[in-house]
Design a binder for this molecule. Structure first.
Ligand SMILES: *Cc1c(COP(=O)(O)O)cnc(C)c1O
Length: 367
């Protein structure tokens, strides 16, 4: 049997008629950047999250950059975040001339450990960027208390967490601004790149509206330094269809996650995903910590089961970030997680017999 990590084709086939109609309507309209489809999607996305403004852009990476630019983050500023994330979270800080300052993650949730934040705050600190890793929120109330006390901006990296809730509130709306990715493999993926920022702040929303079109409010008059980062109308139309299904798809992921845990529960040297009571998890990834990861990954590959590692090198040890001056041992929890995590196949349409097969093979490896 061949089990892939994700399957984007089955999902398309399930909603093909509706999707094709939405895409063709954009082709017929002749508006390909922003335009009606984008406006409609932005309205629906804002409504879904219960937030005043949702603004589309070209990727999740750009969403983070736009959020930082709109909050005036630049040279000399320090931003507190984690080494246990996808590189984009940190990359944009450095591109803007700001300095990432790492804090280790909580050993159970794998999200930023709020108790370690205050020790890293200096007079240069401007923002905190919590990452809702694998699809569940960091402990946002504690983070917001610290941010208020020190007058810091909180930018949520929600790339993996659309639809996740924290204490019954939608993530992405708990800080000052939230950043989403619509990369095809994310829980709500476009058919290409895409992203969005969410905020209740009118002034910040207005700035982002300008920054994403080269800093202009009207044609060829540029008020701010900007970039080119818009959501294509075709992607907006695709996402408008998908938004109707996201809760249903996230629920399916939750069911698959519960089944994996149930089927594998006899493995007593495996660390299963942990969700505190205050969170609902979107299971962008279903990720275990295992003792012999390389052995398991190779065994599963031989059996036709694809797995992923999110992420094999914590960012403080990435060659590209060597100039930050961190070394091995600086963030022991992130290092421990990075060297033991393995993500199992996970997508809403994952067939049960595929899932059974994955679990059987993992159990067979352990015997
Ligand atoms: C995917 C991802 C991003 C970047 O999103 P893109 O749309 O790929 O640019 C940023 N942060 C995290 C945590 C991600 O998983």
């Amino acid at each position: 049997m061949n089990v892939t990590s994700v399957d984007l084709v089955t999902q398309y086939k399930n909603i093909k008629d509706e999707m094709d109609r939405a895409i063709h309507a954009v082709l017929d309209s002749g508006h390909f950047i922003l335009g009606e489809a984008s406006k409609e999607f932005e309205k629906n996305l804002a409504e879904y999250n219960g937030v005043k403004h949702a603004l589309g852009c070209a990727s999740g990476t750009d969403a983070l950059q736009l959020a930082m630019m709109a909050h005036g983050i630049g040279a000399g500023d320090e931003i507190i975040s984690v080494p246990m994330t996808f590189i984009a979270t940190i990359e944009v800080m450095i591109l803007l001339g700001a300095k990432p300052v790492f804090v280790d993650v909580d050993p159970k949730t794998y999200c930023i450990d709020p108790n370690q934040i205050e020790a890293k705050i200096t007079e240069k600190t401007k923002a905190i960027v919590p990452v809702h890793l694998y699809g569940q929120a960091a402990d946002m109330d504690l983070i917001m208390d610290i941010a208020k006390k020190h007058n810091l901006v909180v930018i949520e990296d929600c790339a993996q967490a659309i639809g996740a809730t924290y204490k019954d509130r939608q993530t992405c709306t708990l800080g000052d601004i939230g950043c989403i990715s619509f990369f095809p493999g994310k829980n709500m993926g476009a058919y290409g790149d895409g992203g969005a920022v969410l905020t209740n702040d009118d002034e910040i929303a207005e700035k982002i509206r300008m920054i994403r079109v080269h800093g202009s409010a009207s044609k060829y008059r540029h008020l701010l330094l900007g970039i080119n980062s818009r959501l294509d109308s075709i992607q907006a139309a695709v996402l408008n269809v998908k938004l109707k299904y996201i809760d249903q798809w996230n629920a399916k992921r939750g069911q698959h996650a519960a089944r994996y845990t149930e089927m594998l529960r006899e493995l007593d040297d495996v660390v299963f995903p942990y969700t505190p009571d205050y969170n609902t998890h979107t299971y962008h990834q279903y990720t275990l910590q295992v003792f012999d990861r390389t052995g398991l990954q190779n065994f599963l590959k031989e059996k036709g089961v694809a797995t992923g590692i999110h992420y094999p090198i914590p960012l403080h040890l990435q060659p590209a970030f060597a100039s930050l001056g961190y070394k091995e041992g600086d963030f022991p929890v992130s290092e421990q997680i990075s060297s033991h995590v393995i993500s199992l196949p996970m997508y809403p349409e994952l067939p049960q017999d595929h899932q059974n097969y994955v679990a059987e093979q993992i159990l067979a490896f352990r015997k």
